[in-house]
Design a protein around this ligand. Structure first.
Ligand SMILES: Cc1ncc(COP(=O)(O)O)c(C=O)c1O
Length: 426
């Protein structure tokens, strides 16, 4: 075999791989942690007050973080909490969603989106995703029943959902919209920040997200009542410490999801990095996608607003599941990290198919609540093949993760690798 033959032969078949060096990780904010974060946390510890009351703004790292967050998102309110799940729960409670209500969400999202709906004792109703890998508005409309109260679009993998269509459906049927922005902090859609378009937004600041406070989350809304209810939910004793803040609602028993000053300090510094991280990710993705677009046999993920995409990964569809698995293995052998998404052998908590406590309607409650809730008059059912369109897209998706530490050389390697494997297999 000549050197040229070896180069053009796939590495998986003994040819020369395109790349033999490790790729930078696709961790985002966590990868950037440096002296600024360390000093901010030390400052809190030196003050010996790692806790804040909600009314403390200027003196509190959490308060300052909330201020920055709402200004950036263009919302009237931002409430810091302990995580993305508790942000979703607070937003749902904020919107008075609970017993007897159905909430429509995509079959492709982290299981926490469904768990949050169940935590407020509402019913998750699964809808299909489309070629954007986010909620398919046509299926949302099909899933509406007399019990539907809300839609939960999830901006999966940093991709903005089809918010114009979703908001139009919500207006038509008088439904609330809770945006799950856990994976899309800093993304936007038609000029508006994700999390500012629906009635409430819920963000995660957990380790794997675009910026991190270790664990943490944020609720955004334009509505004072939603904010007050979310705040009441995030602190079981809220009314005792902040009586003057709650003029519009009656007290109720919340839970404790307060963000600590240590997380606030970390989150605040990380938030200052968000635009730089996203700008690098977007430049990398733009170059790579423009190249992949020239390969006829590949169908790129449709991004509802490419400019606002967080660009944390590049996704494309191949003709069938078999070729997708072969493609993924071949690309890995070329030294390019990637994955196919759906595999019946490998449970993935981002696909409804594996959500066992939803599929089997199991619960911690000895009376089976919320599944047995007498206030619920609908008939939600679950089965594995319920969202065939979702499984079909995920069966045929190749996802290449991007990290902001990657350079244009890494972009080159990805483009060469995709070309090489496409020429050999497609
Ligand atoms: C889409 C989505 N929603 C909600 C969550 C829950 O966030 P957290 O883990 O911070 O509770 C996550 C986190 O992975 C997520 O990816």
């Amino acid at each position: 075999m000549t050197n040229n033959d070896k180069k053009s032969q796939l590495a998986i078949h003994g040819g020369m791989p395109i790349n033999t060096e490790p790729f930078p990780t696709a961790r985002h904010g966590a990868e950037e942690i440096s002296d600024a974060e360390i000093n901010a946390v030390i400052e809190v510890l030196k003050k010996k007050k790692p806790f804040r009351f909600l009314h403390e703004i200027g003196d509190s790292k959490v308060g300052q973080f909330e201020q920055m967050f709402k200004e950036y998102m263009g919302t009237k309110y931002a409430l810091a909490v302990t995580g993305g799940t508790t942000a979703l729960i607070s937003a749902l409670v904020g919107l008075e969603i609970g017993c007897g209500d159905e909430v429509i969400l995509p079959g492709y999202t982290y299981i926490a989106s469904a768990a949050a709906i169940l935590a407020v004792r509402a019913m998750p109703v699964l809808a299909e995703i489309d070629n954007s890998l986010t909620l398919d508005p046509a299926d949302v409309e099909r899933k509406i029943t007399p019990y539907t109260r809300a839609i939960m679009p999830v901006h999966m993998r940093g991709t903005p959902s089809r918010m114009d269509e979703i908001m139009a459906i919500a207006r038509k049927y008088n439904l609330k919209v809770i945006e799950d922005v856990a994976q899309a902090n800093g993304g936007f859609y038609h000029g508006k920040k994700l999390g500012s378009i629906g009635d409430a937004g819920a963000f995660s600041l957990q380790y794997f997200k675009i910026i991190t406070s270790g664990e943490g989350g944020m609720v955004t809304t334009h509505d004072r009542i939603v904010y007050e209810r979310a705040a009441m939910q995030h602190d079981s004793a809220m009314i005792f410490w902040e009586r003057d803040m709650f003029k519009n609602i009656l007290p109720f028993a919340g839970e404790n999801y307060r963000m600590s000053e240590i997380q606030g300090a970390l989150g605040q510094v990380q938030f200052g990095r968000i635009d730089e991280i996203l700008s690098q990710l977007r430049s990398l993705k733009r170059v790579i996608v423009n190249e992949i677009r020239t390969i006829d046999a590949i169908e790129l993920q449709d991004i509802p607003d490419p400019a606002g995409d967080c660009s944390v990964s590049i996704c494309f569809f191949l003709p069938d599941a078999k070729i997708t698995k072969e493609f993924s293995s071949a690309l890995k052998a070329e030294g390019i990290p990637n994955g196919s998404i759906f595999d019946k052998e490998i449970p993935d908590r981002h696909i409804y198919y594996y959500w066992d406590y939803v599929m089997n309607k199991t619960t911690s409650d000895r009376n089976g609540c919320p599944w047995t809730c007498p206030y619920y008059k609908g008939q939600v059912t679950y089965y594995k093949e319920q969202c065939p369109q979702t499984l079909d897209f995920l069966n045929r998706t190749i996802a290449i993760p991007l990290g902001q530490k990657m350079t244009m050389q890494h972009a080159e390697i990805i483009m060469k690798g995709v070309h090489k494997v496409s020429q050999a297999l497609l």
